[in-house]
Design a protein around this ligand. Structure first.
Ligand SMILES: *Cc1c(COP(=O)(O)O)cnc(C)c1O
Length: 228
């Protein structure tokens, strides 16, 4: 893995700079800015890249693959029990058990089959990871997520019928578009459905996301360096 990634010169220093920018953007926001959780996205980086960021005090991390997370995090969690892990990538229903075992939050709930699989697993284990429904705000065929139009019915199914701990929405705006339009749309759907959390904003646009009400930022390369 390390051969395919180029780590930041000093991830701990990068983390400090990002936290300062988050605080400045939060204070500058017009609406009373809600508390913001920075998720340090460590996908493709190995434990020796992650350790300096842990040492610097960061405890919330994001991964996009269940298998990769399983190979890295159980050991780190033994050393740092307060670690909070977020799954930000797609989840296959047959990986639900492993995902629920390892992750404290899942940002990619996007279809009824997965909702039912999660329901069965949460009932079986008594665990209650924070769930985000992924919305494909740009309606891109290659991206997961429910469409903005499908979102209200899917929220009702997950939260009200299945009683899943759905707390927010997540989106990944199309690369070539102004992310602000997508952040606004996600915030509108969340407000209309009384969901408090918004997982939006990555390395390139997290300050914009804060301005539009983000509560959870998913920042990878700005902390850990470039991924190939
Ligand atoms: C990789 C990834 C991120 C982090 O992206 P950066 O541009 O490196 O900050 C955020 N969200 C998701 C869903 C990702 O897969």
């Amino acid at each position: 893995m390390s051969s395919s990634t180029q780590s930041a010169a000093d991830p701990a220093e990068a983390l400090g700079a990002i936290l300062a920018r988050i605080e400045a953007a939060r204070k500058a926001a017009i609406a009373p800015a809600s508390p913001i959780t920075l998720i340090a996205v460590s996908k493709t980086f190995e434990p020796h890249h992650i350790l300096p960021v842990l040492t610097a005090g960061q405890r919330v991390f994001g991964e996009n693959r269940v298998q990769e997370a399983k190979s890295k995090w159980p050991e780190l969690k033994r050393e740092y029990p307060a670690i909070e892990l977020h799954l930000i990538g797609p989840l296959q229903s047959n990986k639900t058990r492993e995902a629920v075992e390892l992750f404290d939050a899942i940002h990619s709930l996007d279809r009824p089959k997965l909702a039912h699989a999660l329901k069965a697993e949460l009932d079986r284990t008594g665990r209650a990871p924070t769930l985000f429904i992924q919305v494909n705000t740009g309606e891109e065929p290659q991206k997961s997520g429910v469409t903005p139009l499908q979102a209200p019915a899917f929220i009702r199914l997950c939260r009200d019928e299945l009683r899943l701990p759905v707390k927010g929405l997540m989106c990944i705006p199309p690369e070539a578009e102004n992310p602000a339009l997508h952040f606004t749309l996600l915030k509108k759907i969340a407000d209309e459905n009384a969901l408090p959390f918004l997982s939006m904003g990555m390395s390139a646009d997290f300050e914009t996301a804060i301005r539009f009400g983000a509560t959870h930022l998913r920042v990878g390369s700005a902390i850990f360096g470039h991924r190939n």
